[in-house]
Design a binder for this molecule. Structure first.
Ligand SMILES: Cc1cc2nc3c(=O)[nH]c(=O)nc-3n(C[C@H](O)[C@H](O)[C@H](O)COP(=O)(O)OP(=O)(O)OC[C@H]3O[C@@H](n4cnc5c(N)ncnc54)[C@H](O)[C@@H]3O)c2cc1C
Length: 491
């Protein structure tokens, strides 16, 4: 069968970021294809172990959070410097994180995108690209090429797309190297966590009760690539004085604290998202989360540009909004990585931080950032809601009670009008923006910020962030609608 070779968007890489972006584009009826190296959605070995609250909210905005919640375990996953950051007092339905292996996360996401009908070309790699004014030629490992109006590199930390597009990846080289493995041992290992001058080590039972999961820091000496069983044994001996008779690895991998951020998230018709745009040590467990949130920020913007509803400059807001989020995560993880080590001085810093984090303000500030619930895009001065995530309020509408997130299931913008019936007129955008008259009963409260004045209307983007907050006169609404959702149809 001949495969279609021209697409509006080609996504290189069908990991968490690529799949989420493909779903967002498909919801917006954009012709998209994913090119993925792996033969199937199965992910060998362990990577991410959980989701943070904002990622759960984002999935809830698309109506699929329950699928993940049923497969994982809700718990307080946020931490810094070894101190748990409890968010059970945060005003959100998801005031917790989710313990869920990345392999499970990807399995559930893959099932959803299959339902949506996203085409995936598997067992093929993107090997090179050439872009011109009209589009991008995407060369594949099977000798064929695809042609796309836009190409998004979601192909992980070693992104071929990023390199081929000539996008710089500045940052910091590794100082720590860790081995992660699933093995068997002849002797009972020392279960639990151990800290030393190199970092934090952990040994735990895997779900089958037989195999053992190991994370051990090795002395960093510039090594890279896949580790050997001998290297794992040496690293275990260096920490515990024995390798516990380690044998029969079913999976082994190496990761470092290399910390890098793409200089730009877009070069012409090529964009980057997820690990292709930012890498860091996994402490704090944020990589997958910010990748998924990159995808949700980019999807609707790219869809509108492809459909020519919005000018290409809308894509620059993707870099403007998401680059600072990753830069902040990189800073936090570098600090957290330093605190995974143990010696008298670092222990002293950790002890002072632990004390500070028992205080409400430092805890909520840090937890707001780690959970992603306090992400604010800089959309200028104004009401505290502007640029922040819209809370999932209970609304009362003419057709009955409704949650705000339910209105976002189809990834379309919504104007919520809390004024008199017929308050604001958005007729020239009615083909793109849904207007819902509603009442709300609860207090408006934001994580970290606290209670805020109830607005008379809000314009909510498909990613759930607030683009405009209304006053009585509706000042600035036309400008906001034009900026985010294109020119009025009558103009
Ligand atoms: C040990 C460890 C623990 C971690 N723990 C956490 C955690 O608890 N929480 C968290 O949020 N994050 C964690 N992370 C980070 C998380 O795994 C990554 O941030 C996440 O996988 C990034 O998703 P992605 O889709 O951007 O990239 P990837 O998951 O790397 O996906 C890229 C995809 O592209 C494919 N691909 C690559 N090159 C090509 C090509 N040229 N052509 C076609 N396909 C290609 C790959 O096969 C892959 O499927 C951890 C990472 C590690 C290593």
């Amino acid at each position: 069968m001949n495969e279609q070779t021209m697409h509006a968007v080609v996504i290189a890489g069908g990991g968490p970021t690529g799949m989420m972006l493909a779903a967002e584009l498909t919801l917006a009826a954009v012709d998209v294809v994913v090119v993925e190296r792996r033969p199937g959605p199965e992910l060998v070995g362990s990577r991410a172990r959980g989701l943070h609250a904002r990622t759960i909210e984002v999935l809830d905005q698309r109506g699929i959070a329950d699928r993940f919640l049923e497969a994982g375990r809700a718990m307080q996953v946020q931490s810094f410097a070894g101190v748990s950051l409890d968010i059970s007092d945060f005003p959100t339905r998801h005031n917790y994180g989710l313990a869920l292996a990345q392999s499970e996360f990807e399995r559930i996401l893959a099932a959803w995108i299959e339902e949506l009908g996203v085409p995936i070309r598997r067992e093929r790699e993107v090997t090179g690209i050439a872009q011109d004014d009209a589009g991008v030629e995407v060369r594949l490992s099977d000798g064929r090429s695809l042609r796309a109006t836009y190409l998004v590199g979601c192909d992980g930390g070693r992104s071929v797309v990023r390199k081929a597009a000539g996008i710089e990846f500045p940052g910091w080289d590794a100082s720590v190297s860790s081995l992660i493995a699933e093995v068997e041992t002849r002797e009972e290992p020392e279960w639990g966590i151990r800290r030393d001058q190199n970092g934090t080590q952990a040994i735990g039972k895997l779900d089958d009760g037989k195999r053992v999961g190991v994370v051990v820091t090795e002395r960093y000496a510039g090594q890279s690539g896949e580790p050997t069983l001998q290297e794992l044994s040496q690293a275990l001996v260096a920490v515990w004085g024995t390798d516990f008779g380690v044998h029969s690895p079913t999976w082994m991998s190496r990761f470092t604290d290399t910390t890098r951020l793409a200089a730009t998230y877009r070069k012409g018709r090529v964009l980057l998202a997820g690990d292709a745009a930012h890498v860091h040590y996994p402490v704090g467990g944020q990589g997958l989360n910010i990748g998924v949130q990159d995808a949700v920020n980019l999807g609707w913007k790219l869809a509108q540009v492809v459909e020519t509803t919005s000018p290409e400059s809308l894509l620059d807001t993707y870099h403007a909004e998401r680059h600072p989020v990753a830069a902040h995560v990189l800073q936090t993880t570098m600090a957290a990585t330093a605190l995974t080590r143990s010696d008298a001085r670092i222990d002293a810093v950790r002890s002072i931080l632990s004390e500070l984090l028992t205080m409400d303000e430092p805890r909520t500030r840090l937890a707001g950032a780690v959970s992603g619930l306090d992400t604010r895009y800089d959309l200028g001065p104004g009401h505290p809601l502007l640029g922040r995530r819209m809370p999932d309020l209970d609304l009362v509408t003419a057709t009955g009670p409704l949650r705000v997130f339910t209105l976002l299931h189809d990834a379309r913008p919504v104007l919520l009008d809390f004024r008199e019936p017929g308050g604001v007129d958005i007729a020239p955008w009615a083909d793109r923006v849904r207007r819902v008259e509603a009442e709300h009963v609860a207090v408006w409260e934001l994580p970290v910020v606290g209670a805020v004045t109830a607005p008379s209307a809000v314009l909510v983007r498909p990613d759930g962030h607030v683009a405009w907050v209304g006053d009585h006169a509706g000042a600035g609404l036309r400008e906001a609608l034009t900026e985010w959702f294109g020119r009025p149809t009558s103009a």
